[in-house]
Design a protein. Structure first.
Length: 351
């Protein structure tokens, strides 16, 4: 993250007490940022974050993205907004889909509307690979979040506020990640529970997710969606790599696929890749700016589409077990766990 670019600026992070918000806040507080506003529903987590970071530039706003007025108040005089607030757990969204609709779709619309009303310079909405060919309520609502964000620019061509989205895969060691679960199971001598060893997922660090959002802030045009290219692994290989680092024999119990889980995830469809710009580490997927002139839909299709394949975790670069171990060692949380387990020699880089 280029911290100097945020000098003297005010930022709002919705859902700011989560893993992403903590990481962004910690990085920006090391710069000359004027103010960081943390917006969330949980005052207990806000209080813990307030004491943990202890910086007067952090301002806390209790509110809910479902409530427009609370979002409007929090976004007054703000330069940038990171929109991270969401319901993200697949099983809970399956049981309570309307709650996901209210937060992920209606809440995102409130954020965009409030940003426009307050003339915020840029809003980046955080998305997920589960929005691609969604089969569960969480993915479906996050896909519609992207549509809400992109439609804003199409319907408001003269607005001062640039709204863009990012989409990434599993963030390693974030809240709800399987990595801390596997480590807890190892520490307590339990079997490692895996839904399906052949299931594959993209792997990205929190630092990578922050860099992706930062990249969007600096390069987005209205309605752009950014995807960071990422390696993937099977869940079975990930569990084996963690066992190797903690010097335990893999003791795995396959429990079966959970509610609405997919065998693989895609970060971009072939339809999107036909209009994407390859930016080395990233794809910029431009908004489909065709209007309601139906000729463009029915008689003038996209001929290049058949030449592309989905950017999928089954077909992208698959990491070997040693490569996964090397990647895991870049995570501060894993290194701390290894130190606590007196496995300091494991902290040496793997050749």
């Amino acid at each position: 993250m280029r911290r100097s670019d945020y000098s003297g600026k005010k930022l709002l992070i919705t859902g700011g007490t989560g893993s992403f918000g903590h990481t962004v806040a910690a990085q920006l507080l090391a710069s000359d940022v004027e103010q960081i506003r943390i917006f969330s529903r949980d005052e207990a987590k806000q209080d813990a974050m307030r004491h943990e970071m202890s910086d007067s530039r952090l301002k806390f706003y209790v509110g809910d993205v479902r409530d427009y007025d609370s979002v409007y108040r929090a976004s007054r005089d703000v330069d940038f907004i990171f929109h991270a607030a969401a319901l993200k757990q697949v099983p809970s969204c399956e049981f309570f889909p309307m709650e996901a609709v209210r937060t992920n779709i209606a809440g995102s619309e409130n954020v965009v509307r409030a940003a426009d009303a307050n003339r915020v310079r840029s809003v980046v909405c955080l998305g997920t690979d589960k929005a691609v060919y969604p089969v569960n309520a969480m993915g479906m609502t996050k896909a519609l979040m992207e549509k809400v964000a992109q439609s804003y620019g199409l319907n408001n061509p003269d607005t001062e506020t640039v709204v863009s989205c990012v989409r990434y895969g599993n963030v390693m060691y974030s809240r709800g990640s399987v990595i801390p679960l596997f480590i807890r199971q190892i520490k307590h001598g339990k079997k490692i529970t895996i839904t399906d060893p052949s299931m594959s997922r993209f792997l990205m660090s929190l630092a990578d997710s922050v860099d992706l959002v930062d990249f969007a802030f600096h390069h987005a045009s209205q309605g752009d969606l950014f995807v960071k290219k990422a390696p993937a692994s099977t869940i079975g290989d990930l569990a084996t790599a963690i066992c190797n680092l903690f010097e335990v024999a893999p003791d795995i119990e396959v429990i079966g696929t959970r509610h609405a889980e997919k065998a693989s995830e895609a970060l971009a469809t072939r339809e999107e890749l036909t209009r994407a710009e390859d930016l080395d580490e990233y794809f910029r997927i431009k908004a489909d700016k065709r209007d309601l002139n139906y000729k463009l839909y029915f008689t003038e299709g996209v001929r290049e589409q058949a030449a592309y394949a989905d950017y999928d975790s089954h077909t992208t670069n698959q990491l070997t077990v040693p490569e996964i171990e090397k990647l895991l060692l870049t995570l501060p949380e894993v290194r701390d766990e290894l130190k606590a387990a007196n496995l300091v020699k494991r902290l040496e880089p793997i050749a």
